[in-house]
Design a protein around this ligand. Structure first.
Ligand SMILES: N[C@@H](CCC(=O)N[C@@H](CS)C(=O)NCC(=O)O)C(=O)O
Length: 319
């Protein structure tokens, strides 16, 4: 836990005192784009993706990299699940984690220092790194999902027939993303990081109102916008797959479990069972990260044994 101030690491947590107990997610700083004639063209081997398997925002980018067939084109590093006093760190000795391959760095904040020696802000994943210009292209997962969906389509082996953000559905996807981001993706964090009772109650109520709404929507069709999966589904999936394992207990999002919602439960399994997806889900990294990285919420650092989840069970949602 911590942040860089003028390029120097400080071990500080989010300040909720100045916001009346509310957690406010800071704006993302690096927001450049991969574009054919821009500063960052789509080229094999030029970019490297840094993620945490625990992080729902990073998980979105990992899923799109996999579905689009971008693995041969964009390298991948995975941080250790525990975010300690030095922030995210690299430890290739931990299962499913990697060392930092480009510079042999120990900490993620060192990469941010490389990109900007005077950077001020939080050190988050995901990060898409440009190995040629030695800088961060983007550390905003919503933008990265869009870039990975389209910008690399001309490269060999990339699935250019898969479009997770089709033009005809763009405004519907944007509206869903907006609703789901505030109430669900970030809603679990706003509930879990609240330090005032009234704030927690408001956030957790908003979260479950949104989940009830999504349950009704998923009673109408298989995926959020109809019969085909879009980026809106993958953005919801990464929160749902963490929900019963972590958010119910650790973040006190416990009015209901996803397993208690017939449509959301089947929908979660359906997405989990799509080719290639299960291997992007590490329940070990997910549970270890949350339960060991927030001592203000879980001072003992004990990781609960359960719950027992069966994401491979039949989903019952059509062909
Ligand atoms: N807006 C960013 C948020 C990413 C984010 O908050 N990642 C978390 C991990 S789940 C992180 O790295 N947090 C470190 C910190 O806040 O210090 C995105 O969606 O890409």
């Amino acid at each position: 836990m911590g942040l860089l101030v003028d390029g120097v690491w400080h071990d500080d947590w989010y300040d909720t005192e100045s916001t009346g107990g509310r957690f406010e997610r800071p704006e993302t700083v690096f927001r450049r784009w991969i574009e054919p004639d821009g500063d960052f063209p789509a080229v094999t081997g030029r970019y490297h993706l840094y993620i945490s398997l625990a992080c729902p925002w990073a998980h979105r980018t990992l899923i799109v990299r996999k579905l689009k067939g971008l693995e041969p084109h964009i390298g991948l590093s995975v941080v250790h699940p525990t975010m300690g006093s030095g922030g995210w760190h690299f430890d290739g000795g931990y299962p499913e984690a990697t060392d930092e391959p480009l510079y042999g760095l120990a900490f993620m904040h060192e990469l941010y220092q490389k990109a900007d020696p005077h950077y001020t802000g939080r050190v988050t994943v995901p990060v898409l790194w440009d190995c040629e210009r030695e800088t961060i292209v983007s550390n905003e997962s919503a933008d990265l999902v869009r870039m990975l969906n389209r910008a690399f389509n001309a490269l060999p082996g990339v699935d250019d027939t898969l479009d997770l953000y089709p033009g005809a559905l763009a405004s519907e996807i944007d509206a869903l993303n907006e609703r789901i981001y505030h109430a669900v993706n970030n809603g679990v964090y706003k509930s879990g990081f609240a330090t005032a009772q009234a704030v927690y109650e408001r956030e957790v109520t908003a979260l479950f109102n949104a989940l009830d709404e999504l349950e009704a929507r998923l009673g109408e069709h298989r995926y959020l916008t109809g019969e085909a999966i879009t980026e809106a589904d993958w953005r919801l999936f990464t929160t749902l797959v963490r929900f019963d394992a972590v958010y119910v207990g650790h973040f006190k999002c416990n009015l209901r479990r996803i397993d208690d919602y017939p449509h959301l439960r089947g929908y979660l399994r359906d997405l989990y069972q799509q080719p290639g997806i299960a291997e992007t889900v590490s329940l070990d990294h997910i549970k270890r990260h949350y339960y060991t990285s927030h001592p203000m919420i879980n001072p003992t650092g004990i990781i609960p044994a359960g719950p027992v989840l069966d994401l491979d069970a039949p989903h019952g949602r059509g062909a």
